[in-house]
Design a protein around this ligand. Structure first.
Ligand code: FAD
Ligand code: SF4
Length: 510
C-alpha cells in the first residue's frame, strides 16, 4: 500500500486534502468503528448512531466510485477487540505493508496523539494534512493571535469578513454595522414562539436501521434515548436541513436565538451543528446560502448577520483557540471548582423546571440550543462549583454535535471560566432572573427567581450570590464584573449568613 488514508468519523467530506492524490491502484482508505470512541466518555446513543450511520454512508459513497476501503465495523456480536483506534490501526499495520500513513488533522488532541504514537511504533511518521473544511486558512488564526494580547471574537470575525468578503458591500459590512446583537436578544413574551414548522423527517434506510439496532444492543446502559433519532447522515440530507432552515426559521433566528420555551427544543435554530461537525456540509456552503437569502430579501440583516456570526465567528474562533491552547486547556481549573456533577444531569430528574426541561431535551434528542447549554446547564454547573472536567465530559458525551475542538472551548472557556478568562472576558454568571426573562420556566417551578434565601429561593439565585461572595476579591478589580460585585454592598452580614445556610441546605438536598 503506497498511502494508507485514515478517515475519522468527523471527516466525512469528499473535498478533503486526503483525496487530492488518491490513486485507487496503490492507495487504501482506512476507517474503523471502535468501542472506545463511544465509551471514553459514555456517549448518548444518538451521538453514537449518528457517527456510525454517517461513516457507513460515506464509506458506501467512496466505494461506489471504485475506491478500496478497509472498514472495521462494530456488530451486535462484537468482540471488544480491537477496542480503540490505536489497537485497530496497530493490528492493520502488523498485517500489511504500508509506505505512508496520511490523516487530516483530527478534531481531538487525544486522537492525534494516539495515531502519532501508533504510527511511530511501526517506524512511520504520521503525515498530518491541513483541514480545509474550515474558512480560516492553515496558520491564519495563529498569525492573527500573535498580533494580540487577548483574543476577542468580534475582531476575529471582522478580520475574516474583510478577507473573504462575506456579508460585505464595497468594503463595508452589509447593513452598515458589524454587529446586530442588540436586536437579537428577544424573548417570546407570554404569547410563545408562534407556529413552528417541524424540521424535515429523514427516512431511515437499511444502513441507519442496522446502526440503530447495534447501538441499542451494545450501548443499552448509556443515558439518552434513540427513539427520536432524526439527524442528517449524508451530504444530501444536510443540504435538505439547510434549505428547510432558510425557508422556515432563518428570518426569526436572530430575534429569538436566546429565547427558550416549554417542550420546544429546536425553536428557530438551524440544527446544522452535527452536519457541520461531521463535515457532511461545509461552513462556506451554509454561509453562502444564508447570505443569498439576505440578498434575495428572504431574511433581515440582523437574522443573517446573527447566524453567520455563529459559524464564521464563534465556530472558527473556538477551533483556533483549541489548537492554540491544547493540551494545557484541559488542566486549568482557575476557580478551583471541585464538586461532583449533580446526578440529575444524567436523568433530568429535578424539580428545577429550567434544568428539567433542558436536560430532558438532551436525553431525548442529544440536542439543546446555545442558551440552554450556556445559561441553564452550564450556568448551574458553574454556580454549583462543579469540577470542570466532569462538566466537559458530560457535554462531550451528551450532544450529537460534540467534537472536542468545539465542545471544550465552549465548556471550559465560555461556560465554566476554568481558563481564568483566556477565552471569555468574564464568567457568564446570573441569577434565576435571567432564565425568567428568557423563558416561561419559572412560572411552573416551585422556586422564585427573585429570592435568594428561604424555602422558595431559586437555587440559581442563592448560588449566584454565594459565587460572588466567594470570589469577591478576585472580581472586584475586574472591569466587566465590578458592577455585579458592587451589589454585594447591599447584602448585610445577616443575609450573607442566610445565603451560606441555604447553600449548605442545597448541597445536602439537591
Ligand atoms: P444554531 O443556533 O442554529 O447556530 C448555527 C451554527 O453556529 C451551529 O450549528 C454551530 O455550528 C455554530 N455555533 C453557534 N454557536 C457556536 C459556538 N459557541 N461555538 C461554535 N460554533 C457555534 N457546538 C457544537 O457544535 N458542538 C458542541 O459540542 C458544543 N458544545 C457547547 C457547549 C456549551 C457549554 C456551549 C455554551 C455551547 C456549545 N456549542 C457546541 C455551541 C452551540 O451551542 C451549538 O453549536 C448550537 O447550539 C448547535 O445548535 P444549532 O446547530 O441548532 O445552532
Ligand atoms: Fe430555574 Fe430558578 Fe426559574 Fe426554577 S425559579 S425555573 S430553578 S431559574
Amino acid at each position: 500500500i503506497r498511502n494508507l488514508c485514515i478517515v475519522l468519523g468527523d471527516q466525512l467530506n469528499l473535498d478533503s486534502a486526503l483525496f487530492d492524490e488518491f490513486d485507487a491502484n496503490q492507495d487504501l482508505i482506512w476507517m474503523a468503528e471502535v468501542i472506545e470512541e463511544s465509551t471514553h466518555v459514555k456517549s448518548h446513543p444518538q451521538r453514537i448512531a449518528l457517527f456510525l450511520s454517517a461513516m457507513r454512508h460515506f464509506a458506501e459513497r467512496l466505494q461506489n466510485q471504485g475506491w478500496q476501503i478497509h472498514y472495521h465495523a462494530l456488530s451486535k456480536k462484537h468482540i471488544q477487540s480491537p477496542s480503540s483506534l490505536a489497537e485497530s490501526l496497530s493490528k492493520f499495520l502488523s498485517e500489511n505493508s504500508v509506505n505512508n500513513i496520511l490523516v487530516v488533522l483530527p478534531g481531538e488532541y487525544r486522537v492525534l496523539k494516539q495515531l502519532k504514537t501508533t504510527a511511530n511504533q511501526f517506524k512511520h511518521r504520521l503525515n498530518v494534512l491541513p483541514d480545509r473544511h474550515f474558512i480560516s486558512l492553515p496558520g491564519e488564526f495563529s498569525e492573527w493571535m500573535s498580533q494580540r494580547k487577548k483574543p476577542v471574537m468580534e475582531y476575529w470575525i471582522r478580520h475574516l469578513r474583510k478577507r473573504t468578503g462575506i456579508l460585505m458591500e464595497n468594503g463595508q459590512p452589509c447593513g452598515a454595522k458589524w454587529n446586530f446583537d442588540a436586536k437579537n436578544r428577544g424573548n417570546f413574551g407570554k404569547k410563545g414562539p408562534g407556529l413552528l414548522v417541524e424540521a424535515p423527517i429523514f427516512s431511515k434506510d437499511n444502513i441507519t436501521q442496522d446502526v440503530l439496532e447495534i447501538v441499542a444492543d451494545l450501548f443499552a446502559n448509556h443515558s439518552g434515548s434513540l427513539d427520536s433519532f432524526n439527524w442528517p447522515v449524508t451530504h444530501k440530507e444536510a443540504q435538505q436541513a439547510l434549505a428547510d432552515f432558510i425557508e422556515n426559521r432563518l428570518a426569526l433566528f436572530g430575534q429569538y436565538q436566546d429565547a427558550m420555551w416549554f417542550d420546544e427544543p429546536f425553536l428557530y435554530h438551524s440544527l446544522l451543528s452535527s452536519s457541520l461537525n461531521l463535515k457532511l456540509i461545509s461552513p462556506l456552503e451554509v454561509i453562502q446560502a444564508t447570505e443569498q437569502a439576505y440578498r434575495d430579501g428572504q431574511a433581515p440583516i440582523e437574522a443573517v448577520e446573527g447566524f453567520i456570526r455563529q459559524i464564521l465567528g464563534w465556530r472558527e474562533f473556538v477551533r483556533g483557540l483549541y489548537w492554540h491552547a491544547m493540551p494545557q486547556w484541559k488542566t486549568w481549573n482557575h476557580l478551583d471548582a471541585q464538586k461532583a456533577l449533580p446526578s440529575f444531569y444524567w436523568t433530568g430528574k429535578t424539580d428545577m423546571r429550567c434544568l428539567q426541561q433542558s436536560i430532558s431535551q438532551v436525553l431525548e434528542h442529544g440536542y439543546g440550543h446555545h442558551i440552554q447549554r450556556l445559561m441553564v446547564t452550564g450556568l448551574f454547573a458553574q454556580l454549583w462549583e462543579t469540577n470542570p472536567i466532569e462538566v466537559h465530559e458530560w457535554y462531550l458525551a451528551m450532544y450529537v454535535d460534540a467534537v472536542e475542538w468545539v465542545e471544550l472551548p465552549n465548556v471550559l472557556g465560555m461556560s465554566q471560566y476554568a481558563d481564568g478568562g483566556f477565552m471569555a472576558s468574564k464568567p457568564y454568571v446570573a441569577t434565576g432572573k435571567y432564565i425568567q426573562k428568557m423563558s416561561p420556566y419559572c412560572s411552573q417551578c416551585p422556586y422564585k427567581p427573585e429570592e435568594s434565601i428561604g424555602d422558595k429561593a431559586c437555587p440559581f439565585t442563592t448560588l449566584y450570590w454565594a459565587f460572588l461572595l466567594k470570589h469577591e476579591t478576585e472580581f472586584s478589580q475586574h472591569p466587566r464584573m465590578a458592577l455585579q460585585i458592587k451589589h454585594l454592598a447591599n447584602i448585610d452580614d445577616v443575609k450573607r449568613e442566610a445565603i451560606q445556610h441555604r447553600v449548605e441546605f442545597l448541597r445536602e438536598t439537591l
